[in-house]
Design a protein around this ligand. Structure first.
Ligand SMILES: NC(=O)c1ccc[n+]([C@@H]2O[C@H](COP(=O)([O-])OP(=O)(O)OC[C@H]3O[C@@H](n4cnc5c(N)ncnc54)[C@H](O)[C@@H]3O)[C@@H](O)[C@H]2O)c1
Ligand SMILES: [Zn+2]
Ligand SMILES: [Zn+2]
Length: 378
């Protein structure tokens, strides 16, 4: 029986308040409005940002909309489309995008950025273009995390925040291209623009950091130094192309000093994939003066970074990147194809698979450092 035009009752993991485990609830997902698409979410990775949004405390918490459904690394199938949607049909395999590509704004028209701001203010506040969410529970509006909410069996997203992918794509793998893998890979290729023969340091070897290592290798870096406080990550990082490792807990001086000594003056590129301001500074200070470049990939809303002026004055640059610099709608299907062609690794990132009911276990695995990515099946 067709569900088009009707509300759908399904399961979702609801975050009722910050700092508390998610609750599996029956929610109602309204039909898509104009320029919106309703999708059946099939799989979703669990990203550090989901965890941090729920559990990181500080002033930023006051501006976070609760209750909400987290999850932004999903993949699924179109169930129905709203009025004026022309690019999607029921049955299409799709990846929802927390970063849209409207194709019309000044940012979409510029080759310099991927940061389309269409619906930005609304999605940051957990609602869609009309100021409301399509998800509700017992009559109460449930916000949508950065416009996606992939920890729900169904969700509704704007058509500019969705991309169609190959019908051959295994959704429980390519969901990782909705955030972590694309972000780290693009951070090396698009933001750092790593060059052949260069030296790189990647701080944090979670999914984002490992994808950055993969990007450094594809770009032809000869030295890729993995930095992590959890040495269990080193074996995996080797598979992705890391050549050396430093554990900041096992050295007697600051990690930046060790890296500068190892590379005779500093690395060409450092990528911070942790989300910790002290690590961001260490990453910057581990780069060579004159041309060293530090890319901030890790996310935090609760702290500020401080940098001695001379660090930059001598020629280093520090830059941030969102979703690895990829223009989302056009790039994600290409990354999916790279995976299908065997050019991009995804399988190696998936260490655990759990049903939605065990979403809190996925958070425990992430925080305990036991997993790279847990994929939630819905
Ligand atoms: N910029 C973006 O668009 C974007 C997108 C996705 C994720 N992120 C952010 O990227 C970061 C990484 O995400 P993830 O999902 O890979 O996280 P993760 O938790 O899987 O991995 C983080 C890694 O950092 C390591 N680590 C922790 N403290 C460290 C320290 N002091 N020094 C070195 N290593 C340390 C941990 O052991 C872990 O291996 C997070 O901050 C996340 O919010 C940003
Ligand atoms: Zn993410
Ligand atoms: Zn745009």
């Amino acid at each position: 029986m067709s569900t088009q035009g009707q509300a759908i009752r399904c399961k979702a993991a609801v975050a009722w308040e910050p700092g508390k485990p998610l609750c599996i609830e029956e929610v109602e997902v309204a039909p898509p409005k104009e320029h919106e698409v309703r999708l059946k979410v099939v799989a979703s990775g669990v990203c550090h940002t989901d965890w941090a949004y729920l559990y990181e405390t500080g002033a930023a918490l006051r501006s976070r909309p609760y209750p909400l459904v987290l999850g932004h690394e999903g993949a699924g199938v179109v169930e129905s489309v709203g009025p004026r949607v022309t690019r999607f049909s029921p049955g299409d395999k799709v990846i929802p995008l927390f970063l849209p590509q409207c194709g019309e704004c000044d940012r979409c028209r510029s080759p310099k950025t991927n940061l389309c701001k269409k619906n930005w203010a609304n999605t940051q506040m957990g609602v869609l273009a009309d100021g409301t969410s399509r998800i509700s529970c017992r009559g109460q509006q449930i916000h949508q995390f950065i416009g996606v909410s992939s920890f729900s069996q169904f969700s509704v997203v704007p058509d500019c925040s969705l991309t169609r992918i190959s019908a051959d794509a295994p959704l429980e793998k390519v969901c990782l291209l909705g955030c972590g893998v694309s972000t780290g890979y693009g951070a090396a290729l698009n933001a750092a623009k790593v060059e052949p023969g260069s030296s790189c340091a990647v701080f944090g070897l979670g999914a984002v950091g490992l994808a950055a290592v993969m990007g450094c290798k594809v770009a032809g870096a000869t030295r890729i130094i993995g930095v992590d406080v959890n040495p269990d990550k080193f074996e995996k990082a080797k598979e992705f192309g890391a050549t050396e490792f430093v554990n900041p807990k096992e050295i007697s001086k600051p990690v930046q000093e060790v890296l500068v000594e190892m590379t005779d003056g500093g690395v060409d590129y450092a990528l911070e994939c942790v989300g910790n301001v002290a690590v961001m500074r260490a990453a910057l200070e581990s780069t060579k003066d004159a041309w060293g470049c530090c890319v901030i990939v890790g996310w935090t809303e609760t702290e500020e970074m401080s940098i001695p002026v001379e660090t930059l004055l001598l020629g280093r640059t520090v830059k941030g990147t969102y979703f690895g610099g990829w223009k989302s709608v056009q790039s994600v299907p290409k990354l999916v194809q790279e995976y299908l062609d065997g050019k991009l690794k995804l399988d190696q990132f998936v260490t655990h698979k759990l049903p939605l009911e065990q979403i809190n276990t996925a958070f425990d695995l992430l925080k305990g450092g036991q997993c790279i990515r847990t994929v939630i099946t819905l």
